[in-house]
Write a protein that binds this ligand. Structure first.
Ligand code: SF4
Ligand code: SF4
Length: 204
């Protein structure tokens, strides 16, 4: 009886092992029919998402030197160098800088700036050999951001979240193909068309 039990156990385990090998190989064979998803950086680059928090852009002429950005920054990072102009009786901005070697890209300064002179761009290639070069003055901050979609040397690739339903690679997408889900304007239109029905239901 003991021998028979051993044979049954062995057969069960062999069956299970075959099942697991089959499952593993099914994943392997599934990938054999897919195209590679690797992005060949720097010849190909992913298009950052809409709310990507990259290098900060600064508009010197809009800044009123209020220093709100400094107060809301978790590390009091922006340096606002201003002086009081006795003639105009207003603050006069001389220099403005942010050190991206220290910035955590939280976006607080952008969120709270009363004149919207700060904005987060989609620029993420900030590497330098010297960390002091990451301290951007108002001229460097005022430079218009680099855009992946406007660089003729680069093939822009859509991120996974912006691909059509069921597609896992942004390569060779047909022209005009759009991401899964609804666009904000479509959601608004849907809400507007549903509003009378909701009101009728509430009145019942
Ligand atoms: S919050 Fe805006 S306006 Fe005020 S100092 Fe900072 S950048 Fe200038
Ligand atoms: S993004 Fe955050 S850490 Fe960087 S300067 Fe603005 S508030 Fe400070």
């Amino acid at each position: 009886m003991k021998f028979l039990k051993q044979v049954i156990d062995y057969t069960k385990e062999a069956g299970q092992a075959a099942k697991y090998i089959g499952q593993g190989l099914s994943v392997t064979f599934d990938h054999m029919s897919r195209r590679p998803v690797t992005v060949q950086y720097p010849y190909e680059k992913l298009i950052p998402s809409e709310r990507f928090r990259g290098r900060i852009h600064f508009e010197f002429d809009k800044c009123i030197s209020c220093e709100v950005c400094v107060r809301v920054c978790p590390i009091n990072l922006p340096v606002v160098d201003w002086e009081f102009d006795r003639e105009t009786k207003k603050k006069k901005l001389n220099h403005y800088s942010i050190d991206f070697g220290v910035c955590i890209f939280c976006g607080n300064c952008v969120e709270y700036c009363p004149t919207n002179c700060l904005s987060m761009t989609e620029e993420y290639e900030l590497s330098t050999y010297d960390r002091h070069e990451l301290n951007y003055d108002n001229v460097a901050l005022g430079r218009l951001p680099y855009k992946v979609t406007q660089d003729p040397m680069v093939t822009p690739i859509r991120e996974l979240g912006y691909l059509p339903k069921g597609v896992v690679s942004g390569h060779d997408l047909p022209a005009g193909s759009r991401g899964a889900g609804k666009l904000p304007e479509e959601i608004l239109a849907q809400m507007e068309s549903d509003a009378p029905k909701e009101e009728a239901k509430a009145a019942e």
